[in-house]
Design a protein around this ligand. Structure first.
Ligand SMILES: [Zn+2]
Ligand SMILES: [Zn+2]
Length: 267
């Protein structure tokens, strides 16, 4: 028995499974919201030895899908969003892809080297606010969900997060890939109800489509948002309100920074 990290209700023992091929770990499931959490994760240092696990073969295709959807959402339902943050942005690929599409994204990820969007590291400790925040494949890694959610809350009004939701009859760890037992990083598994609780607690409107969840301050039209998230026929929207790519501007900035760095070295 344990307390639900999200809503504080009782969490019953749900399963035991072997992670990283060596630790037997207990999983608890909240009676009220269905959120599944592991016992206090003492193995994380080992699990994050490599920030991005080698079995994550979906990394590129996920970025492609998320970039398309985010681009459309920003142009069509959140055209006022100018300054954006990719929280937990990994190698910086998504930030680069969004800047290529004309959206002013910055990157934040203390656990991973920013390879593709160097020069666009956000300073999240200052009072800077963003109009929009993305956090892809972050939610299921949270050790203390409210700590991060409060950070999201301070950083931006509108969030787009991704995480696969538990089916209504939650599968056991060995029966569902999303527990990623050999990676050991997925310590929080979200139910539909758990996400609704987040929306309520943080005063946002939630619209989900499969693994993508948009949480906004203002109410959005679910049919439009889901249409855009579905990606299927939404290509038709790709000509509307296109933004000018930031490639030229970013290139000039990179050249200027490189020159400045060379000068400091030679002085
Ligand atoms: Zn709960
Ligand atoms: Zn993950």
């Amino acid at each position: 028995m344990s307390d639900c990290l999200l809503c504080n209700a009782w969490s019953d023992h749900f399963a035991t499974a072997t992670i990283l091929s060596k630790y037997d770990v207990d999983y608890f499931r909240c009676r009220d919201c269905g959120f599944i959490q592991t016992e206090a994760p003492y193995w994380l240092d080992e699990a994050y030895d490599q920030a991005i696990v080698s079995t994550d073969v979906g990394l590129i295709s996920r970025n492609e899908r998320f970039a398309k959807t985010t681009d459309r959402l920003l142009r069509i339902v959140l055209p006022g969003a100018k300054r954006c943050l990719d929280y937990g942005g990994g190698y910086g690929m998504f930030t680069r892809m969004m800047r290529d599409r004309g959206h002013r994204f910055e990157h934040h990820d203390p656990y991973c080297q920013n390879l593709f969007a160097a020069g666009f590291n956000a300073n999240v400790d200052s009072d800077v606010r963003f109009d929009f925040l993305t956090a892809f494949e972050v939610m299921e890694h949270l050790e203390n969900p409210h700590q991060e959610l409060q950070t999201f809350d301070c950083l931006a009004d509108n969030w787009l997060v991704s995480t696969e939701l538990l089916p209504d009859h939650p599968p056991l760890p060995n029966d569902w890939w999303y527990y990623v037992l050999d990676g050991g990083q997925h310590i929080s598994l979200w139910s539909k109800r758990a996400l609704r609780i987040v929306a309520e607690m943080y005063d946002r409107h939630l619209i989900s489509y499969r693994g993508l969840h948009l949480l906004t301050r203002e109410k959005m039209r679910p049919t439009v948002v889901r249409y855009l998230m579905r990606n299927k026929f939404a290509g038709i929207c790709d000509l509307i309100r296109r933004r000018k790519p930031l490639l030229g501007e970013d290139f000039r900035q990179a050249v200027a920074e490189t020159k400045a760095a060379a000068q400091t070295v030679s002085v």
